[in-house]
Every structure is written in C-alpha cells, then in structure tokens.
Write a protein of this length. Structure first.
Length: 518
C-alpha cells in the first residue's frame, strides 16, 4: 500500500469511526438529558473531562516516542511496506523497552494525581441533589480506567509511529462504540454515575490486548529483538517531552477548563446546554483533523527521507480536507440553529447564537492551527510550549473577567481571544515556515476556496429553511443536513483530489459491475 493510500485509509478510518462514535455520543447526550437530572448530567460531563486531563499526564512522552519511532522507521526509507533494517529495529526495540517502563510509572502517577486532585475539587462543589460519596466512587472508577488507558499507551505509540494509524483507530473506535452503547443501556436501565463510570473501564483493557496481538502479527521482527531500558535514552527524551507536555497543558487549560469554571461560578446545572453547543462543534473539529492525525507518521518518514515536495502536498490536502469540513458543518449548525438543538435535545437547551458563533470561529481557527502544527511537530519542531502556556493563563484571566459581565458567553469569548492572540496565529505561522510553505499560497489555495464553500452552504441552507418554514422540525433539519453534505462532498471532490485521482475514481465507478447479462 502506497503512502497516499495509507494516509487515505488512515484518514477514512479515523473519519468514519469518529463519525460513528460522535453519532452515538450525540445519542447518549439526549438520553442523559431525558433520563437523568440536570445536575447529574453536568457532573458526568465534568467527570468526562478526566480523559482530556489524562492526555496531559503522559508528560509529553506520547508525542515524543511516537515521533521517534516514526523517524527511526524513516531511516529504512519512506516505503510504508518496506523492511526494517538492523539500525531501525534496534532503535525501535530500545524505544519500546524504555517506553514500557515509562508507561508503568505514568499509569501509577495518573491514578494518584487524578484521584487526589479530583477529590479536592469535587468536595468544594455546591450540590443540591447528589451525594458526594457517590460522586467520589464514580470518580475513583474513572481514574482507574484512565490509569489502565495510560498503561496501554505504548502500543498506540508503536502503531502510530509505524504508520498503522488506520488500524489503531479502527480498533480503538470499535471499543469506544462498545463503551458508549453500554452507557446508553445503563442509563436507560436507570443507572447513574457509578454505572456510567464502570463502563469506561472496559475499553482500555481490551485495547491493550488487541493492539499487542496486531503488532505481533504484522511486525513480528520487532519482537525478535529484545530492547534495553536505557537511562541515556530517557534523558534524551525528557527535553522534547517536557516541551510537548507544556504545550498539551496549555491546550488543556484553554479548551477543557470551561466546565470547571461554570461549576464554580454558576453551578453544575448550567453546564449541559453550554457543553452541548461546545461538543457539537468540537466533534466537527475532531473529524476535520482526521487526515492530519493519519498522516503525521508519514510526514516524519518523508522529512527523514528528504522528500519535501511530497510532504507539502500532503499538508495542503490536509488543510483543504479539514477546513472544508469545518466550513460546511459549521455553516449547517449555524443556519439550523434552534431547530437543530430543539430536535436533538428538546426545547429550552439552545445556548444561543452568540455562543454558537464564538465556538464556530474558535474551532475553525483551531482546526487550521492543529493541522499545520501536527505536521510541523512531526518533523521534531517542538517550539509551541511558551505560546500554549500563555494561552492557558490568558484564557483564565479573560474568562473570569468577561464572565462577570457576559455570563457563559464571556467564558467562551475569553477562550477565543486568548487563542487568537497566541496559539492560533503562532502555530499557523511557525508551522508554515517550518514546512517551507508560503503564507500567500495558503491564503489563496486554502482559505479563499474554503470561504466560498462556507458562504455557498449558508445561502443554500437558508433558502431550504425558507422553503420549508411550515414543515415539521425534523424535515427542515434533515433537508439542511443533506444540502450541507452534498456541498461538502462536492468541495472535497474538487479541493482534495487531483485530476488523476478524480479520473481513477470515475474509472472505478464506471467499471463497477451492475448486472450479469443473460
């Protein structure tokens, strides 16, 4: 399988599986809204932030070791299917041996830190219906599942570094689907926080077993060499890992601190509507960066091999792919507005256009910065830590100041301003320079066509809404979503596929058998 096909397979795997997981989560949310009290829903959404918190407790080793495995793979040429030479095998074996010990330490640290910090925070909440002991039990179970997830991380790093990200996401997403289905069943059967927490512990255990079996089957040569734990290698990993960790810490504070601020300032019952508006655009953003995540290892391979022109084509395609999704999806969400949220969550749960508009602009800029910086960081360019920390500090200051005047909208506005002044411009500017891509080229070949896609989608859905203003709510939402989907399909066809790829796709469709003649 060629690099382009592997990236396509990885992107489609990430995309389709995330769409399925997101769809199930969007089903879970209204089930929670209808079956559990709002305070309990708000607390569960608060506990769910632990998974994001887990992402910063890896101390940056996740990004660093994954990248080092990918760069080691690049020393055996950039062919994804090529054999691994002796130098590569030895380097990856030592990285795995060192990484396994690191994961053991991190798993224990995650359990202790999450449990302690969470307990100290939860005891300060003002609760009217829930018992603190129940919340603490649920929190302990979630922390245990997070610890198990960290323990399994080494096999995720290996698969991503070698370029098997499509398979890794397929396996992980299948387990996510299982977890969410179990959560929906638990809620419908009357289960509360503890039942929901128990379901989260199943996935990490199964994930480790499946990934280990996959690695043994497809790269048995890696298990033929016994790697050595190396304190010297650990010291070499610490500096870039700390920079990556500081970057993740800043991003966590900016993107995931809102529920904690809302719980302290307004109470947990105010979280669900705000969180629902945030989640729908966050999930859109998660889908949009699928191609960038899938291609990061291959960017490392190509960078190591010196194939810069091919690398730049991959980055340009990632940007057109991701920003087109955010533009079309965001236009659809904005234009449908209350109709979408009333159909999804029931009346009274629409957070308002100001909040929704702020989230759209924020996640559009976030998708752009993430796609570019992901590819830049794949080349061992770990320089974003100071800006990420500045973004986190600025977000807290602005959110508290603006919340006093504008309420929940002020918290979101503080996040947008903080990111715009720090990560969003610097990650984009620095990433393009590192990858030796022109800012003007990015503007003309990415931002201009994506803006056209956004405007066309907005106008088209507005016309559909006008034509169906007397139709049932579900009909207007379905029609608007269909129009947005068709425009997105057309934009991806034109913007992400080159002429030869479109020709091959048409040839494949034309050669597809229809029926056998008698």
């Amino acid at each position: 399988m060629s690099i382009n096909r592997r990236i396509a397979f990885g992107a489609v795997s990430v995309w389709l599986n995330r769409v399925i997981v997101i769809a199930l989560r969007l089903v879970l949310i209204p089930v929670l809204f209808r079956c559990r009290p709002k305070e309990e829903v708000g607390i569960w959404m608060l506990l769910g932030q632990t998974w994001a918190f887990m992402g910063i407790l890896d101390l940056g080793f996740s990004a660093t070791i994954t990248r080092r495995i990918a760069l080691a793979k690049g020393k055996s040429a950039s062919d994804p299917n090529g054999p691994l030479n002796e130098e590569t095998l030895r380097e990856i074996a030592d990285l795995m041996a060192t990484g396994r010990r690191i994961c053991n330490w991190l798993a224990i640290g995650t359990l202790i830190v999450c449990g302690t910090v969470g307990f100290l925070y939860l005891r300060q909440l003002h609760l009217t219906m829930l018992d603190l002991s129940t919340i603490c039990i649920a929190w302990g179970i979630v922390c245990l599942s997070c610890s198990l997830g960290v323990w399994s991380e080494i096999w995720i790093w290996l698969m991503q570094g070698l370029g098997y990200i499509g398979w890794q996401f397929t396996i992980a997403s299948a387990l996510d689907i299982l977890t969410i289905v179990l959560q929906i069943v638990a809620v419908l059967m009357g289960g509360g926080l503890v039942a929901l927490a128990i379901t989260t512990a199943i996935g990490p255990v199964l994930l480790r077993l499946f990934l280990l079996r996959f690695a043994r089957k497809w790269r048995p040569e890696l298990f033929a060499i016994r790697g050595k734990w190396s304190p010297i290698l650990l010291r070499r990993l610490i500096s870039p890992s700390l920079r990556a960790w500081i970057t993740s810490l800043g991003i966590f504070v900016v993107m995931y601190s809102d529920p904690y601020l809302i719980a302290q300032l307004s109470g947990a019952s105010q979280i669900p509507a705000y969180r629902a508006a945030w989640l729908i655009l966050y999930n859109l953003n998660a889908v949009s960066i699928a191609a960038a995540l899938a291609s990061a290892a291959f960017v490392s391979h190509l960078w190591q091999a010196g194939r810069l022109e091919e690398l730049q084509r991959i980055v340009m395609r990632n940007l057109r792919f991701g920003l087109s999704i955010v533009a079309c999806g965001g236009a659809c969400i904005l234009m449908l507005g209350p109709a979408l949220f009333n159909l999804w969550l029931g009346r009274g749960n629409f957070a308002g256009y100001p909040l929704l508009s702020i989230f759209f602009v924020m996640f559009f800029l976030e998708a752009q910065a993430t796609i570019i910086s992901t590819c830049s960081r794949a080349t061992e360019d770990e320089v974003f830590a100071p800006w990420a920390i500045a973004a986190g500090a600025l977000k807290i200051i602005l959110a508290l100041a603006l919340a006093a005047r504008f309420g929940l909208t002020g918290i979101a506005l503080g996040t947008l301003i903080a990111l715009a002044l720090t990560n969003h411009w610097f990650m984009t500017y620095r990433g393009l320079r590192r990858l030796r891509m022109s800012i003007w080229q990015h503007g003309l070949q990415v931002l201009v066509p994506v803006t056209v896609v956004f405007v066309v989608t907005c106008v088209s859905i507005w016309l559909v809404k006008q034509a169906l203003h007397e139709a049932p709510l579900w009909a207007a939402v379905l029609a608007g979503g269909t129009v947005a989907g068709l425009i997105l399909a057309g934009s991806l066809w034109v913007l992400t596929l080159d002429k030869s790829e479109r020709a091959r796709a048409l040839t494949y469709l034309n050669l597809k058998p229809t029926s056998k003649p008698f």
